[in-house]
Design a protein around this ligand. Structure first.
Ligand code: 5GP
Length: 114
C-alpha cells in the first residue's frame, strides 16, 4: 500500500507546522483550519482509522488522547474548552487514511456537527 500524506509528514518529507512530538505521537497544524486553533494529533504507528485499531494499541490510543489534551493546554485552550474529533470512514468524513484526532478550539463549537 502506498504511504499516506501523514506518514510523509512524520518522515519530514512534507513540511508541517509541528507543535508537539514524542516517540509515539506527532501533532501539527491542519493546513485548512476550521477554527482559530486546528491541530491534528496522530500516532506515528500506521493505523488507518480507529476501526482498525486493536487491543495492542490500547496504550498508544491513551497516549494519543492525553497528548491532545496536553497540546490543548499548551496552546491556551484549556480554560475556554475545545473539541476533539476522530472521523472514521466515508460517512465520518475521513479523507486521510491514517488515524488522527482533530483538536479544534479558539471559538465556541456548535452541536450537532454537520
Ligand atoms: P479527515 O478529513 O481525514 O478527518 O482530516 C484530514 C485533515 O488533514 C483535513 O482537516 C485536512 O485539512 C488536513 N490536511 C490535508 N492535507 C494536509 C497537509 O498537507 N498538511 C496538513 N497539515 N494538513 C492536511
Amino acid at each position: 500500500m502506498s504511504r499516506t500524506l501523514f506518514e510523509k509528514i512524520i518522515a519530514r518529507e512534507i513540511p508541517a507546522d509541528i507543535v508537539f512530538e514524542d516517540d509515539a505521537v506527532l501533532a501539527f497544524r491542519d493546513i485548512h483550519p476550521q477554527a482559530p486553533t486546528h491541530v491534528l494529533v496522530i500516532p506515528k504507528k500506521v493505523i488507518p482509522r480507529i476501526a482498525e485499531a486493536g487491543s495492542a494499541d490500547q496504550d498508544l490510543l491513551g497516549r494519543l488522547l492525553l497528548s491532545a489534551a496536553q497540546v490543548a493546554e499548551r496552546l491556551g485552550l484549556k480554560s475556554g474548552g475545545y473539541r476533539l474529533v476522530i472521523n472514521n470512514g466515508p460517512h465520518g468524513g475521513e479523507t486521510v487514511p491514517h488515524l488522527h484526532c482533530h483538536l479544534l478550539g479558539g471559538r465556541p463549537m456548535t452541536w450537532p456537527p454537520g
